[in-house]
Every structure is written in structure tokens, then in C-alpha cells.
Design a protein around this ligand. Structure first.
Ligand code: CA
Length: 520
């Protein structure tokens, strides 16, 4: 491979090295510029002489100022960049961008499980909700028995999952912020992949009582079918339980009834508009914003054109681009909701004595991302170009906000597990995850399609990565080609025709609830 650098915008004064293994000092670039330093893959090289204090531009955005004079051809590493302050939330452009309406994309469908409330599942899973961590060991024991003894009797059911978490007791349940973990768990119980079959395992004495978690009227799927609207709870402290095995027998008997109903479900042809896709990134590098995230962004546009719902998230990874997002809001109300989420998160971080710069990891920096500004510019492109037509607060569902389609900003922390957990609560039925450094991330509740930003990662992790967007940097595929390939793969995975690598290996990360309130 010839020496190759990638510049994102004509006004940029740095570019990143694309070659595997980086480029040695003395390498002459196609432009004639000779490298003064060895520059690792994904890291930046100065294209012109930069004076001390000069603006360093990537994505046509100031990602920092030169801490000292940097000559053309030198490696611009993180210690040479001074990070700009976060943009204030005043005076932002509000709904100023009117992108030309994209033509509808028709004729695409997948085979899914229709629910009575209109939502569609991509998998047919029995989920057992827990009110408190205390029951987790008992549920794990019961789960192994269910998998061995019951699941073989119900071949149309894909699996059984325990909705385990660390919340439920020992928490300030009346504190401001406590509603976030509670509504998250409530809404996850109603994820489309669980077919409206809600089974709750409770200890008995916990603060988060079953009726508080799932008040009457929250069973939209079961209600609409008529009957079975009451809460189905197994309580371990129930006096009827004598001995551990009687608890296990109770859980198994209740599980069997739900499995019988789930087993009767069949896949039906559903329009692509029934997809609810959550996109996020983790283990990002400088290629995330060059290959995988732009390809996801193109796919996001295809999904929105097909009438689907796409959520992007991760507050600290969009905070530095808030002006781009408020400009793309479809209405002033949407922009105001986005600003409110940013302000809430600024205050949350401030209370903890940090700011959005606490986001970047050692791996991000090793991969060439100098700071959160540069990381955010690469992260935002997952959202494509459509207007942003809705906003969710952490733990809210699309249904409770009356959102049925379009591009949605679902405010979440950037933590992979917390973001995925909150997107599950929102109603996601398919998850797309981009990574540059590499992560084996997966969820038991929905299929996770993983997209590698670099061919080197895709080759080494050939049985973990579902799509190689590194071909874009290699010049073997365009952003649009990889985006269309991803769209088709989504329809295949949603239909159950294909399984993701994380599904094949059963790689399941824990649910992690976002609890900004105190524990006691
Ligand atoms: Ca993430």
C-alpha cells in the first residue's frame, strides 16, 4: 500500500495516516510532503507549518490549538493540542438547516414478530424482570433449568433472559433522578422482543416493589390482547415457599405459561419502517469518523427514508457538536429539548467535579483521537443528514413520547453498557455498534451488528466483526456501498435469516442502569 493520508475537509490543516502500522519518518507523501516524525496509524500529521497557538482543524472544526510551533510533516499528538472550551448553550442556531427532503425508500421489508400494540420484535425472547439484585442468584439457577428442561419444548422461542441489575434496594428511591433507573427497567420489560409477556421476580422486602416498577396500565401489549393484564409476580419471601426448590418450581411453572404463548408467535412480513435501530460506538479511534460512522450515517439516512426509527445517543460525544444538532432540529421545540438534555448532563458532570473531557480513554488516544472534540466530530456522523425530529430523556421510551419514526436523539451516557441499556428501554429492536480499537460487546435482548473501522481489526477479529468499514479507507468500497450493505444486513438479521457474531458466540454484556441518584 502506498503512503496514504486522509483529510476530512479541504480547510483542514491536519490529516490522518491510513496505512497499517503507520508511516516512518522520511516517508514522502503523494503531495510531496516528507514526514518529520514516525506517525502511527490513525494519528495526525501537520499539513502546513502551525505557529504556537494556531487553530488545528479537522472535520472543518477547531479541535484544538497548537501548544507550540509544529512544522509541516510533524506528528500532531495529544500533548501538542490544547483543547478548546465547550461551546456554551446560549445563542445556538435553532432549526436553521432545512435539508432537502430525501425521497421515500419503499419496497423493503423483513420478517418480524408483530405485537398487539403495533411494535415488532426481531427475536422471540422470554424476559424475566427482577425488582432487585437480591434475586439474581436464584434466577440464574432457575434460568439454567428453564434452558435445559423447558426451552427444548418450545422451538419457536429464541431464548430466555434475566433482566438483572444492581438497583432496587439500598437506594434513595424518592431522590430526584431515581425515576431514571425505574423507568428504564419498566420500559425494558416492554421491549418489542419480549412479546408483551411480563414475568417479574421479586424478593419481597425491597424498596422497588413490583407495583411501583410496573403500575397498572403499563402492560400495553398484554392489555391490547385482552386478558392477562395483571402483574405476574413470583415473590421469594412468599410464605408458600418452603425450601429453595419450591422457589425454583414456582419460577418454572410461571415461565412455562409465558413460553407457551411466545411459542405460538410466527414471523410475518413487516415493512422496514418497523425497525427501531439504536446506533452507538465504543473503543473508537481516528477512523471511526472516517469509515464506520459515516457508513452508519448513510444507512441511517436509508432507514429514515424507509420510515424507520433511528436513535443516536452518547451526550459527551455530541456535546461539542451541539450547534450542528440544534441547527438540524426539525422544530424549535426539538432543539430546546436537546439543549435541556445537554444542560442537565453538564450539571451532572459538574456535580462530580469533571467535564465532558473525562470521556476519552487511553485506547482512544492510542488510536489517534487527541481529545473529546475530535472524538465527538467523528461520533456525530452516525446520525447521517436527516432532520432530528425527536428527543428522549434517559430511560424514556419512544412509545411514551409518541414517536413512531424518524431520527431521534436519545440522551444517554456514552458508556457502552449504559447506552445500550437505555436504547433497549427506548424500544430498540436492532443495535448497531461501531468500533476501532475492538470490543466484543453484545446484548442478550437484541441482535448487535458490529462494524469495524479498520481492515486490520476486521482481519484479526474476523469472527467478531460483522461488517468491515475499513474497506473505505483502503479504497475498496465507498461510504455509500458499505452503508447499503449494512442496511441489507439489518433486514437479514432482523428477519432471523442471519445471526450476528455476538449472537453465535452468545456474548452478552450486563444491563447497566443509569442511576444519577444516591445510594443509601
Ligand atoms: Ca459508547
Amino acid at each position: 500500500m502506498q503512503p496514504l493520508i486522509i483529510k476530512m475537509h479541504e480547510r483542514d490543516n491536519v490529516a490522518i495516516v491510513a496505512n497499517d502500522g503507520g508511516l516512518a519518518a522520511g516517508t514522502v507523501l503523494p503531495s510531496g510532503l516528507a514526514l518529520a516524525d514516525k506517525v502511527p496509524q490513525g494519528h495526525k500529521v501537520a499539513l502546513v507549518d502551525l505557529a504556537a497557538g494556531a487553530e488545528v482543524r479537522r472535520y472543518d472544526v477547531v479541535i484544538g490549538r497548537a501548544a507550540r510551533a509544529i512544522a509541516a510533516g510533524c506528528w500532531v499528538h495529544e500533548r501538542l493540542l490544547e483543547m478548546p472550551a465547550a461551546r456554551t448553550l446560549q445563542g445556538l442556531p435553532i432549526a436553521t438547516v432545512r435539508p432537502p427532503a430525501l425521497p421515500p425508500l419503499e419496497g423493503h421489508s423483513f420478517e418480524g414478530y408483530r405485537n398487539a400494540d403495533g411494535s415488532v420484535g426481531t427475536r422471540n425472547i422470554l424476559a424475566i424482570t427482577t425488582t432487585v439484585q437480591c434475586v439474581a442468584g436464584v434466577l440464574d439457577f432457575a434460568l439454567r433449568r428453564i434452558e435445559q428442561e423447558l426451552l427444548p419444548l418450545f422451538p419457536n422461542v429464541d431464548g430466555v433472559v434475566a433482566l438483572e441489575h444492581s438497583y432496587g434496594c439500598g437506594v434513595a428511591i424518592e431522590a430526584p433522578g431515581a425515576e431514571i433507573p425505574i423507568r428504564t427497567l419498566r420500559n425494558i420489560s416492554r421491549n418489542p422482543n419480549f412479546g408483551g409477556e411480563v414475568l417479574v421476580l421479586s424478593l419481597g422486602c425491597e424498596k422497588l416493589q413490583p407495583e411501583r416498577l410496573l403500575p397498572p396500565g403499563t402492560f400495553a401489549i398484554a392489555d391490547a390482547r385482552g386478558g392477562e393484564a395483571g402483574l405476574d409476580v413470583v415473590c421469594l419471601q412468599d410464605e408458600a415457599h418452603v425450601g429453595f426448590m419450591s422457589m425454583i418450581d414456582s419460577i418454572m411453572a410461571r415461565a412455562r405459561a409465558h413460553l407457551e404463548r411466545l411459542n405460538a408467535r410466527r414471523r410475518e412480513t413487516c415493512p422496514a419502517s418497523a425497525l427501531v435501530v439504536g446506533v452507538q460506538c465504543g473503543g473508537s479511534d481516528a477512523f471511526s469518523g472516517v469509515t464506520a460512522n459515516p457508513a452508519v450515517g448513510h444507512c441511517t439516512d436509508l432507514l429514515v427514508r424507509a420510515g424507520a426509527t433511528v436513535m443516536f445517543s452518547e451526550v459527551t460525544e455530541v456535546r461539542d457538536g451541539i450547534d450542528q444538532l440544534t441547527a438540524r432540529a426539525s422544530t424549535p421545540e426539538v432543539a430546546a429539548a436537546m439543549i435541556a438534555e445537554m444542560a442537565w448532563y453538564d450539571a451532572y458532570l459538574d456535580r462530580g467535579g469533571v467535564d465532558r473531557s473525562a470521556n476519552t480513554t487511553p485506547g482512544n488516544k492510542k488510536g489517534g483521537l487527541s481529545n473529546i472534540v475530535e472524538k465527538a466530530m467523528g461520533s456525530i456522523v452516525k446520525s447521517g443528514s436527516a432532520p432530528i425530529s425527536g428527543v428522549l430523556s434517559p430511560g424514556q421510551s419512544l412509545r411514551e413520547r409518541g414517536i413512531a419514526s424518524g431520527l431521534v436523539y436519545a440522551a444517554t451516557p456514552a458508556s457502552d453498557f449504559i447506552c445500550g441499556t437505555l436504547q433497549l428501554a427506548a424500544g430498540m429492536n436492532l443495535h448497531v455498534f461501531t468500533t476501532g480499537r475492538g470490543t466484543p460487546y453484545g446484548l442478550a435482548e437484541v441482535p448487535v451488528i458490529k462494524v469495524a473501522t479498520r481492515s486490520d481489526l476486521a482481519r484479526r477479529w474476523h469472527d467478531l466483526m460483522d461488517v468491515n468499514a475499513g474497506r473505505i479507507a483502503d479504497g475498496q468500497a465507498s461510504i455509500e456501498e458499505v452503508g447499503r450493505e449494512l442496511f441489507q444486513l439489518m433486514l437479514d438479521v432482523a428477519s432471523g435469516r442471519k445471526k450476528t457474531w455476538a449472537e453465535q458466540w452468545k456474548l452478552h454484556n450486563a444491563l447497566v442502569l443509569f442511576n444519577p441518584a444516591p445510594v443509601t
